[in-house]
Design a protein around this ligand. Structure first.
Ligand code: FE
Length: 334
């Protein structure tokens, strides 16, 4: 692990005894998303938040640190990463009336090891010119030969796509999912490559008509001078499963197993789930806040409404291995 990624500001000497403990956060999320939140928390409580921004290796690092880990709280995205820290035994269960009031059951670990903060939907970006509004209604439809040579996507082994494939397994079983993967592969305009935004660029460039991507990238592209044009060439369509809703994933928070400051950690977690904090967060990340009474940003609301699929993400996390195997069986990226 390179320390250049790490921004720690410990105040260890000469701290007045009355000073509340800090809270130390390990984050896979970027500073521009987290800073407005930590500033607000510190303003409300006087508790300092020290954030280590990591790009990778959180699990390895926490394992190596063991009981001496300074981490109180872990912030990350995607059920695969959340379940990885939990499965490695690096978190502790948290019970709190405020947390369970603020986070709907669908977006928390039934055992209390993590709580969701915001959701993102995995949707279809469609060319404004070449795809009409009702043309994509379901995920199943993406395997229909009418899309032959018209779909772009990133690698099937990327965590976002693995979670989507896990949802396909949940709804249609192993064989159904394999058939779906093969069908989508057969419809690809090019081999999977690049990230979600690169697919929208390919639509803009005329290489394909639809792509699979996360909702918040629309917000990210619109705020980028070069990518704005790509974003403006597409619209968001919210597919559902034939027997379910729109596939979502989450950003979430967990308390570290060896948190040195469990009280301030809990206070920070409770703050993060409050409607006010969620709206600050959702404004910065273009995601959907989960707290009752909270609203998505004005921009995000213009994309339209959707019904999230009603499967607890821990169910999908269990199907991850199988989803990866099926992706490799059909040689999705090949
Ligand atoms: Fe992303």
């Amino acid at each position: 692990m390179k320390f250049s990624f790490v921004v720690f500001a410990f105040t260890m000497v000469n701290a007045p005894i009355v000073q509340a403990a800090d809270v130390n956060v390990y984050s896979y999320r970027q500073p521009e998303l987290i800073k407005p939140l930590t500033d607000e928390f510190t303003a409300q409580t006087g508790i300092n938040v020290n954030v280590a921004y990591l790009q990778k290796g959180m699990v390895e690092r926490m394992k190596a640190e063991g009981r001496r880990s300074p981490a109180d709280v872990v912030l990350t995205v995607d059920i695969s990463r959340l379940s990885a820290v939990v499965n490695e035994g690096l978190t502790q269960p948290v019970e709190s009336a405020i947390l369970s009031q603020n986070v709907p059951e669908l977006y928390l670990d039934p055992n209390g090891h993590w709580y969701g903060l915001t959701t993102r939907a995995r949707i279809v970006y469609a060319s404004k010119d070449r795809v009409s509004d009702g043309e994509v209604t379901t995920y199943e439809d993406l395997a229909d030969p009418k899309w032959q040579g018209r779909i772009c996507t990133r690698s099937g082994t990327n965590a976002y796509n693995v979670a989507l494939t896990s949802a396909v397994i949940h709804h249609h079983g192993e064989e159904g999912a394999k058939t779906w993967l093969q069908g989508v592969k057969d419809n690809l305009a090019r081999k999977p490559q690049g990230n979600d935004r690169a697919q929208v660029k390919a639509i803009w460039a005329g290489e394909c008509d639809i792509s699979i991507g996360n909702t918040y990238y629309m917000g990210a592209m619109l705020s980028d001078a070069e990518q704005k044009e790509w974003a403006e060439s597409v619209k968001i369509l919210f597919p559902t499963f034939e027997n379910g809703g729109t596939h979502i994933n989450i950003s979430g928070v967990a308390m570290a197993k060896h948190a040195p400051n469990p009280e301030t950690a809990l206070a920070f977690m409770e703050f993060l789930t409050s409607a006010k904090a969620q709206e600050i967060y959702a404004e910065a990340n273009h995601e959907y806040p989960v707290a009752p009474g909270s609203q998505a940003s004005a921009l995000v609301q213009t994309w339209g409404d959707f019904d999230p699929d009603q499967v607890n993400l821990m169910e999908l996390a269990k199907l991850r291995g199988l989803a990866l195997r099926l992706t490799e069986t059909v040689d999705f990226d090949g």
